[in-house]
Design a protein around this ligand. Structure first.
Ligand code: CAA
Length: 649
């Protein structure tokens, strides 16, 4: 390929991201671009160069591609998104691979995601390690597979299965990929050995080049697109990408391959420029960045956590115990009395049984989880647990007593946590002889639907202890956010108070729900609270001189969301939370803020802080300054013309 010659100089400057070798008549290409072999620009250049040499070499009769390190290619390099395109782009490389004049096999281990799977789809054969996973998760970034994935996948596995993979975004395990026809074989062990063996077989058996692009995408079920349209309208309101994914797959059926590719490209570019995708990509990066705790060195050693204990018998204790069992970690549940313990275990069994009925997990999986939960009636039975979590006592004094007892039985390396978010961690720490071992882990409820875990660091919490609970959050499948006190509860209280006042001023419950749903919430964040009980100490609209009347949806949203933004600015300024991204994740994963709006502070930047500031001043004029005073941080950012993240517009 001509473009490869003029890129050679650039290539020599690039780090060694792949190696090429010859094994007999097999050209062997090993990609090595840690941590996840993302298809960054240097890798694309190197791959194109390596392939063009192998295509031209008459001694090479087949090509084997695999990856070094922990995984096959995890996708396009998302750090390049939103920046000027660097050629060759991913579709260039994928199409070049498709046109290979000799058989190419890809051996997949770990995860083949996004552009990684698209690249594998352009190979003529694919094999996968038995524990590998293959998927097209672009929809979760507000995108669609933009390197031929929407055109090749339906040609290989059919329309319905493709829609499930592309719109669902959930990777499939290797054995399922085999039964779908997505891979040609499953191997055990080393990807390199498997790739070379398959390529040698292709040569020996003279296997022909089989281009997926030359297959036909048949529409076996004529109404499948209509069915999906209805499903999307029901389940994906507000999102853009699932609807564009559907259109792209439709193009695979209705258009010749090259035309379909063009349509895919056009839809991809549209999504890439959309505010929805920008917000979803922001959330994706925030979810990775959040693990880097300010002030906590990245190499801080974490203590091993192989088992846990939970003290309590109510819903929180049950839910926390279930989180550990769901993550395959043994957990002991301690209750005060045999009756209470029985009730708790009964509720846990009910939870897993209803999950089986809903198809959430199989009976066998439920039994495995249940077997990991061990009942206990004495503190001594908790002695071997790596982390002991208090999840029941109501009062601070009762909690302190539990902590003192845990301290007596816990082994020297044990960590002591409370599941309460707003409790004074230092007061609990003072009840033990090892305050450095004390921390809070506040799970958003219900934890099987909400991924937020607020890890609250006390004044004396040890660095290694905090590193441990942050890492543990990931093991439990949570988005763990470091805080100095529960921000989720604080923000919820602020928006609930506003909702309460809106009701008092004449808005109906339905109007509130509708406004929030239109904005993109599945339900208003305070829906689970009894609003009459919210903030009994709030000033009454009479007191405030407010007349009851019709309230617009805009005002409902402004007051409930701007109040949260202002409160978040106060929390940031007070050091309760360190970064705007922490706030965004707290509200997305704790209270269902629509991810395609990026979280309240990302959203605030889109609206413009000046607009929000002015609105707050207007509410201050109407309702007084007790609850409507712009946070000093907000005021400062407005004066400086900045946003929470970037320059304000
Ligand atoms: N590009 C660049 N960097 C990536 C990346 C990608 N596609 N995927 C992961 N990384 C980085 C992460 O940012 C992280 O970096 P730091 O260590 O510097 O923070 C590192 O790789 C490890 O990531 P995780 O902490 O997430 O590691 P994990 O083992 O828990 O998970 C993973 C690994 C399953 C691959 C997960 O990272 C993941 O899901 N990645 C995203 C995959 C994806 O969405 N791919 C599709 C991209 S879009 C595309 O490919 C098609 C297109 O046409 C544009």
């Amino acid at each position: 390929m001509a473009r490869c010659a003029w890129r050679r100089a650039e290539l020599e400057m690039a780090p060694p991201v792949l190696t090429v070798a010859q094994h007999g008549a097999v050209g062997a290409v090993a990609l090595n671009n840690p941590p996840v072999n993302a298809l960054s620009h240097p890798l694309r250049l190197a791959l194109l160069d390596a392939l063009s040499n192998l295509y031209a070499d008459p001694a090479v009769q087949a090509i084997a591609v695999w990856c070094e390190g922990r995984t096959f290619i995890a996708g396009a390099d998302i750090r390049e998104f939103g920046k000027p395109a660097l050629l060759p782009d991913l579709p260039d490389v994928v199409e070049f691979l498709d046109r290979a004049p000799k058989p190419v096999v890809a051996a997949i281990h770990g995860t083949a995601l996004g552009g990684g799977l698209e690249l594998a789809l352009a190979c003529h054969f694919r094999i996968a390690a038995a524990d590998a996973k293959l998927g097209l998760p672009e929809v979760t970034l507000g995108l669609l597979p933009g390197a031929g994935g929407t055109q090749r996948l339906p040609r290989l596995i059919g329309v319905r299965a493709s829609l499930e993979m592309i719109i669902g975004g959930v990777p499939v395990p290797a054995h399922q990929a085999l039964s779908l026809g997505l891979v040609d074989g499953v191997f055990e062990g080393d990807a390199k050995a498997a790739a070379l063996a398959f390529a040698e077989r292709a040569i020996a058996e003279k296997l022909p080049v089989r281009r997926v692009s030359e297959l036909c995408a048949r529409l076996d079920e004529p109404l499948v697109f209509e069915e999906y349209e209805e499903k999307l309208a029901r389940e994906w309101r507000g999102f853009l990408a699932p609807f564009r994914c559907l259109r792209a797959v439709r193009a695979a059926v209705e258009l010749p391959f090259d035309e379909g590719l063009k349509r895919e490209r056009q839809l991809f570019s549209e999504l890439m420029a959309s505010s929805e995708s920008k917000a979803q990509r922001h959330a994706f990066f925030a979810e990775r960045e959040v693990a880097k705790v300010p002030g906590l060195p990245e190499n801080t050693p974490a203590r091993p956590v192989r088992s846990a204990a939970v003290v309590g018998e109510g819903a929180t204790a049950r839910e926390v115990a279930q989180c550990f069992a769901d993550a395959q970690l043994p957990v002991t549940v301690l209750a005060e009395t045999a009756d209470a313990l029985d009730r708790c275990l009964y509720a846990i069994r009910e939870h897993y049984t209803s999950g089986v009925a809903r198809g959430q997990w199989s009976r066998a999986e439920a039994d495995v989880r249940l077997a990991l939960i061990r009942p206990a009636l004495s503190y001594e039975e908790l002695a071997s647990a790596d982390i002991l979590i208090e999840a029941g006592a109501e009062e601070l004094d009762a909690k302190r007593e539990v902590f003192a007892r845990l301290d007596k039985v816990g082994k020297p390396s044990a960590i002591f946590a409370t599941s309460a978010g707003s409790v004074d961690v230092d007061a609990l720490a003072a009840a033990t002889r090892r305050p450095e071992a004390v921390v809070a882990m506040h799970f958003a409820s219900p934890p099987d639907r909400k991924k937020l875990l607020e890890n609250v660091r006390g004044g004396s919490t040890g660095a290694d202890v905090f590193a441990t609970v942050m890492k543990l959050g990931k093991t439990l499948g949570k988005v763990a956010v470091p805080v100095r006190g529960s921000v989720a509860e604080r923000l919820l209280a602020r928006s609930s108070r506003e909702a309460y006042l809106l009701l008092e001023e004449g808005a109906s419950r339905e109007e509130l729900d509708r406004a929030f749903q239109e904005f993109g919430f599945r339900q208003a964040p305070f829906a689970s609270l009894g609003l009459a009980a919210v903030d009994a100490g709030s000033p009454q609209p009479q007191e405030l001189g407010v007349r009851r009347g019709k309230i617009s949806a805009d005002e409902i949203l402004e007051r409930c969301i701007y109040a949260v933004i202002n409160e978040a600015a106060l929390a940031l300024e007070g050091g309760v939370v360190a970064r705007p991204l922490d706030v965004d994740l707290i509200w997305i994963h704790g209270h269902d803020f629509p991810v395609y709006r990026g979280g309240p502070l990302f959203f605030a930047d889109q609206v413009g802080l000046r607009t929000i500031y002015d609105a707050i001043l207007e509410y201050q004029r109407r309702f007084g300054g007790q609850h409507w005073s712009p946070a000093p941080l907000l005021e400062r950012l407005v004066e400086e013309g900045r946003g929470f993240y970037a320059q304000a517009r």
